[in-house]
Every structure is written in C-alpha cells, then in structure tokens.
Write a new protein. Structure first.
Length: 289
C-alpha cells in the first residue's frame, strides 16, 4: 500500500496554496513552453502555439465543467439550470480534454491560412509532458478514487462524500486512477522525446497519442467508483470509442498521404503577416519572436 500523498494546503502570507492548483499551473506553463520549442523545431510559429494555448485552457475549463455536469450530475441541472454556468463547481478531466480539442479546432478553422495537423503535432507533444503534472495534481487530490484493492500500488484513501452523487466513498485502500494516468503520461512523454529527431507524417503525434490514451481511459473507467452509466458504459468509455476511431482514421489517412514533417528547424507554416516580416527582416529576426 502507498501512503496518501496529499500534503495539504501550504499557507504563504495568508494565502492557501493547494498542491492540485499548483501542479495544474505547472502543467499549463510546462506544456506551453515545450509545445513552443517543438513548434520551432518543426518550422512553425511559436506565437501561434502561445495563442492556441490560451484557447485550449479556456476551452478546457468550459468543457471540463459542462461534461461533468451533463454526464455525471444531470440532477443538478434539473434542480438548477444555471448550474451549467458555474464553471468552478465540478470538472471532468476528460471533458477538459475534449473541450480544449474543440477550442483548438475552432481556432484553426478561423485561421484558415494555417494548417491544423503540423501545429496539432507540436501542441500534443507538449501536452504529453503537461499531462504528467496535471495527473500528479489529480493524484495528490485523490479526486479519481477507484475500487478497493490489495494491489501493491493501492493508496490509502481517507474518505469523501461524492458531491451531488448521493453516495459515500468509504475510507480504505483504493486504486488512485490519477496516479495511473500520471505514470502513463510519463511513458508517453518519454516515447515522444525518443522520437523527437525522427521524421513522421503530419498528424503522427496527434494520432499516436489518441490511439494510446483511449484504451487506457476505457479500462480505467472500469475501476472507477459508482460512475453514472449510459447503456452499461460511462460517458468516458463512450467517448473513448469515438475518439479511438478518430485517432485510427487520422493515422491511416496520414500514412497514406505521406506528407512528412521533418524536425529540421526550417521555416514552413507561419502566419502571412509574420512571413511578410520574415522577407523584410530576415529569418533569424522573426524566428526569435
């Protein structure tokens, strides 16, 4: 059995700093920096990646709450429809993943001059590293408690009432599903890093991430405590089916097209305004922006 890893809030100048919030903040910063550096390596604009990061964070928070409210706490919506607007009250990490993805897709639909897949590869590369910190936050908060277990990685759970769910999660040794995903993210980030110098087709990183993550999510939901099911499966499991299919489609199509994206640092896909400045001022001056 592993001990409970929640250190409790740290108070600095009267302000309480919770480990979960700190680690989520680290995830946003680390993910944005690594994605930006990867974009530069692929010949993409770091500024575009920074803009996309803002869209992803906002879309992620909105999607996280709406997904949680609609699929896990529909009774709260029935009691108070305005609950949908209370973005701080109840979140789903999987919903955040979907919300961020939709926000990023919307951004590139508006910026029609920019190709989606090359930038998506840079962003998902950074996201793999960010996911480590995000899921470590879930680990210390123990907000994804699983079934009771005698597994060696089982963690002591102190017990908490499921807000709005109408049931109690009793103390005991349980699967910490946040920790399992943090471990997976470490492996995924290491795999991406080992491939950093290799040339792959456009969309390779995006499709590989989705194909690798969805089976993990599907199986992990079997260990969750008392989740609402729809047709025998959780909302996350149904979404996993759809996204796995999308990931396989992207992989097959990308491999068939064979449009390669070498990490050679050569400038490839930049906004037109920046390209104009590039021609006027030289490659090095623009690339450092």
């Amino acid at each position: 059995m592993l001990p409970n890893l929640n250190p409790g809030p740290l108070e600095i100048f009267g302000i309480k700093l919770h480990a979960f919030g700190f680690l989520v903040g680290c995830a946003i910063i680390v993910g944005t920096i690594i994605a930006g550096r990867r974009a530069k390596r692929l010949g993409l604009s770091e500024r575009v990646v920074a803009d996309v990061a803002i869209w992803a964070v906002v879309g992620g928070f909105v999607g996280a709450h709406l997904y949680s409210a609609i699929f896990y706490f529909p009774e709260k919506i029935v009691a108070d429809p305005l609950y949908l607007l209370k973005l701080w009250d109840g979140i789903s990490s999987f919903g955040g993943f979907i919300g961020a993805t939709l926000a990023v897709v919307y951004y590139f639909r508006r910026q029609k001059e920019l190709p989606f897949l090359p930038y998506a590869d840079a962003i998902i590369y950074g996201f793999a590293f960010a996911w480590i910190f995000g899921r470590l936050g879930c680990t210390v908060a123990f907000d994804h408690p699983g079934l009771e277990t005698d597994f060696v990685l089982g963690m002591e759970y102190m017990g908490l009432s499921k807000d709005g769910g109408g049931y109690q999660i009793t103390p005991g040794v349980r699967h910490n599903l946040g920790m399992y995903e943090a471990m997976w993210a470490m492996g995924m980030a290491a795999f991406f890093w080992l491939n950093r110098n290799k040339t792959h087709f456009k969309g390779w990183y995006l499709s590989v991430f989705v194909i690798a993550y969805m089976p993990l999510r599907f199986l992990g939901d079997n260990l969750r405590v008392a989740d609402i099911t729809h047709g025998g499966l959780t909302a996350g499991q149904w979404a996993s089916f759809a996204l796995l299919g999308l990931g396989v489609f992207l992989f097959v199509k990308g491999k068939q097209k064979g449009e390669l994206l070498p990490p050679d640092g050569e400038i490839k896909y930049w906004p037109k305004a920046d390209l104009a400045a590039l021609k006027a001022g030289g490659a090095k001056g623009v690339a450092r922006k």
